[in-house]
Write a protein that binds this ligand. Structure first.
Ligand code: ACO
Length: 327
């Protein structure tokens, strides 16, 4: 009998209504629309004013459930990739579980892998389904980076935006399925990109937290590693499945910087039509980046049944990941 696999039965996304343009940023830090556009490809990003992470995530989740034709009460597992939860605990997934009306008792948990969070969550979800432990899994990527940005630091505050994307995986023995997923990390490079913790107390010492929980990034080094890692991750998933770059109908890379996306495209010798990007309108939305782009690609009919879709990501940790899907 054909092996049990998971397929993406539906997807959804949500981005807050408030647009923060490059021009708006010119009023906040010493920067220019021209610098941001040429160096990053970003023109604007969405920013939450008062929405919680779980609310943004739940909106994307409801869209994904609707598009999959799956009821929240039929979900077996909820997994969320995020590094900006509303609380240290409970997890975002637990809040989503009660918000969307999923059953009590199912496992619901978060995964911390920065910009690779969605692909990490997808990898775990796929393994749940392949093992027969779950039939229907909700996978979410959500981040609200506006909360962890130092809005006086022009080298980071222009890069990020807020949003969420979600998919529903269902068990299948058909041809449309997740072919494989691959997740990796290398903690030696943790200081390329990190947010120092706000949790900093002990019973014997009364002192204010030394470091603010803001994004710190070695931009240049991160850029170079990202270019190398993204193309390597894409090659890994292609080779694993006996595929060639020309077999890719659509590559959906993590949207960190259009120059990283273009370098990945060039290293794989792909055409413009084979690569999806919406970074101009959303910036880097961390764990939300890939599912937000996927949802837009599906809605714009850029993906049709039978297409090979490749996801590839890179983020703090360092983490990197890839997945191949036959749509
Ligand atoms: N506006 C104007 N000038 C700026 C700005 C700004 N917003 N930011 C930096 N500059 C200046 C710098 O001060 C520097 O000036 P100097 O030459 O006088 O010193 C100059 O511009 C060049 O700065 P660089 O840092 O060398 O610029 P670079 O071309 O490397 O672009 C960037 C910076 C966009 C941050 C790039 O390095 C990058 O994209 N890095 C990777 C980001 C990334 O992929 N992150 C990982 C994923 S995120 C995650 O996992 C959560």
């Amino acid at each position: 009998m054909t092996k049990l696999r998971s397929r993406i039965a539906g997807c959804g996304s949500y981005a807050p209504a408030k647009v923060l343009s490059n021009r708006d940023l010119e009023e906040i830090v010493e920067t220019s629309d021209a610098w941001i556009t040429t160096r990053t490809g970003i023109r604007e990003r969405r920013i939450t004013l008062d929405e919680k992470t779980y609310e943004v995530a739940s909106k994307a989740a409801k869209e994904a459930l609707k598009s999959a034709g799956v009821a929240a009460r039929d979900l077996d597992v909820i997994i969320t990739g995020t590094v900006t939860p509303d609380m240290v605990f409970p997890s975002t997934s637990c809040f989503v579980q009660s918000t969307i009306g999923a059953r009590s008792g199912i496992p619901a948990f978060d995964v911390s892998a920065a910009c690779s969070g969605f692909l990490y969550a997808l990898d775990i979800a796929d393994k749940y389904v392949r093992s027969g432990a779950a039939n229907k899994v909700l996978v979410i990527g959500v981040d609200i980076f506006s909360r962890i940005i130092d809005w006086t630091d022009r080298s980071t505050c222009v890069l990020f935006g807020d949003g969420a994307g979600a998919v529903v995986l269902t068990a299948t023995r058909g041809k449309s399925c997740i072919l494989s997923s691959h997740i990796h990390s290398d903690g030696r490079y943790w200081d390329m990109l990190y947010v120092p913790g706000a949790i900093d107390s002990n019973p014997f010492e009364k002192r204010p937290s030394k470091q603010k929980p803001h994004v710190r990034m070695k931009g240049n080094e991160t850029f170079k590693i990202a270019v190398r890692t993204m193309s390597r991750a894409a090659k890994e998933v292609l080779e694993f499945n006996g595929l060639k770059p020309e077999d890719i109908a659509l590559l959906i890379p993590h949207q960190a910087n259009i120059r990283i996306v273009n370098a990945t495209k060039e290293r794989l010798k792909l055409t413009d039509d084979q690569v999806f990007s919406n970074i101009d309108r959303y910036g880097n939305t961390s764990a939300a980046s890939i599912p937000l782009a996927l949802d837009e690609a599906v809605r714009n009919r850029r993906i049709k049944r039978g297409d090979i879709v490749i996801f590839v990501s890179f983020g703090g940790g360092l983490t990197w990941a890839s997945a191949a899907v036959r749509w």
